[in-house]
Structures are given as structure tokens and as C-alpha cells.
Design a protein around this ligand. Structure first.
Ligand SMILES: [Zn+2]
Ligand SMILES: [Zn+2]
Length: 256
């Protein structure tokens, strides 16, 4: 399973791109930086975006990806997430006020191909020879994480979350879990804000990881808030165990 880190930060500042992962060169988990970071040819190939939740840092580049790539032969872009999340994105972003309602704009004369389609996720969804399960996590707005299984191995993406249970239960069911991609957003002294906003500090994450039975699984960290980057790095270097790895934009993984 190939994973390219298009963007992995929890905010926007020069040089910091927000959450966007490309899986197997074919689909995205979140699209916070899909239009600003991917080459136009790559953008044109994207047909499916799995969205963890409707926060702007995870969805904003859908607006520009659609604009950058629409033409008649282009496939429809399927936005995939639980129904509540898609309804929020439709109502508050693609509402013909904030941005055009691309689900009502067609590229063909027969009006069969809209620019985007909202496709609510079913559980254990089969997709491109993968099984994709979504799991509610502890973050506002019906946020989910994903467990992606290619039949031989599994990868867990938490999306944005604070301390949570269900995701770790699902991770413990995996027979050959290769990696967990999760987040740290705030430094330890901001424990209260992290809890209130549904994010991890490093201490909270280390405590939550006690729920993951296999202690050898690599844990990849994203979503540092740019404003606290120096403090977060300092804490990370002091406290992160060996199996923890900080993600960087343009990192690429091929889990075998
Ligand atoms: Zn976020
Ligand atoms: Zn969020």
C-alpha cells in the first residue's frame, strides 16, 4: 500500500500544507492541500476523496481541485464520508454562496456528469480491492478515522482526534497492522484546549497508545499547529518513543 504525504500540518502558514494523503496513487484521504501541492496531471486523475471530517483544513482544496481539473472527459469526483459530514460540506461550502454547488454543474450536455458527487459511506466499503472501514473518533462534527485493509495488511488513519476508544479497538482487531497515522496538535501545557477541541497533546497520545496492544507498530505523527511548531518539536524530541515518526510533506511510504 503506497501512501504519499501531500500535506500533514494542522494549519496554514508559508511552507505548511494541511492534511492530505494520497493512497496507491489513486485516491485521497482529505484534501487540505490537494490543489496547492499536487501537479495538475495528478490532480486530474483524482476521482475519489475520503473525508475524515468537514473542518476547513481537511477540505478546502476540494474547491480549487474541481476548478483546476474540470473538462468533459473527466470522471466525476466522488466525495466519500458519512452522510452528516457530506451534508455539512454541501450546506456550508458548496452552497452557491461560499462556493458554487458543483454537484449541480454538469460537464456534459446530457447532464449526467456533475463536477462532484456526494457519496455517503457504507461500513466496510469495498473499493479498488481495498476494504475501507470508518470509525467515529473524538473530534467535533462527526469525525471519523479510517482502517484500510488490502486483504494482507492494514493501515489506520485517525484523522483529527483526542483520546478515543473505538479506533484502538478496531486497530487491535487488525491481523497485520503496518502503521497508525495520527496527530499531535498542541503542546502539553495546552492540555485543556486540546481536550476541548478534540486533539492530542503528546502526553495524551502516549497515554492513549496504551490501548493499542501491539507496542511495535510504527506511529506516524501529523497535524502540528504551525504556530506552536517549535514547542511541539522540542517536546517531540524529548518525549517521543522510538517507534514514533514525524511526518513530512512529500514523504512516501510503500507498506509491503
Ligand atoms: Zn485538522
Ligand atoms: Zn478538525
Amino acid at each position: 500500500m503506497k501512501i504519499r504525504i501531500v500535506g500533514c500540518h494542522g494549519g496554514v502558514a508559508p511552507g505548511y500544507r494541511t492534511s492530505c494523503y494520497m493512497i496507491n496513487d489513486s485516491f485521497l484521504i482529505d484534501a487540505g492541500s490537494a490543489a496547492s501541492a499536487l501537479a495538475p496531471e495528478k490532480q486530474a486523475l483524482i476521482e475519489d476523496i475520503f473525508i475524515t471530517h468537514a473542518h476547513i483544513d481537511h477540505i478546502k482544496d476540494i474547491c480549487f481541485l474541481v476548478e483546476n481539473t474540470f473538462y468533459e472527459s473527466r470522471a466525476v469526483i466522488n466525495l466519500r464520508s458519512p452522510k452528516e459530514t457530506l451534508e455539512s460540506i454541501h450546506k456550508f461550502i458548496f452552497n452557491d454562496v461560499i462556493w458554487p454547488d458543483f454537484s449541480k454543474i454538469y460537464v456534459d450536455k446530457d447532464h449526467k456528469k456533475a463536477l462532484i458527487k456526494f457519496v455517503p459511506l457504507e461500513q466496510d466499503f469495498k473499493f479498488n480491492e481495498l476494504s475501507i472501514k470508518h470509525v467515529r473518533v473524538n473530534h467535533p462534527g462527526c469525525a471519523v478515522g479510517y482502517v484500510i485493509d488490502d486483504g494482507k495488511k492494514q493501515i489506520v488513519f485517525s484523522g483529527d482526534t483526542g483520546p478515543t476508544d473505538e479506533l484502538w479497538k478496531e486497530a487491535n482487531k487488525c491481523k497485520n497492522l503496518k502503521a497508525v497515522f495520527t496527530e499531535i496538535s498542541f503542546p502539553n501545557y495546552m492540555d485543556g484546549l486540546a481536550r476541548a477541541s478534540g486533539h492530542f497533546t503528546i502526553d495524551q497520545l502516549l497515554k492513549d497508545l496504551e490501548k493499542l496492544e501491539n507496542k511495535d507498530i510504527p506511529i506516524y505523527i501529523a497535524h502540528f499547529k504551525p504556530r506552536f511548531f517549535e514547542e511541539l518539536m522540542d517536546e517531540y524530541h524529548r518525549l517521543a518513543p522510538q517507534r514514533m515518526h514525524l511526518l513530512h510533506q512529500e514523504d512516501e511510504f510503500d507498506f509491503k
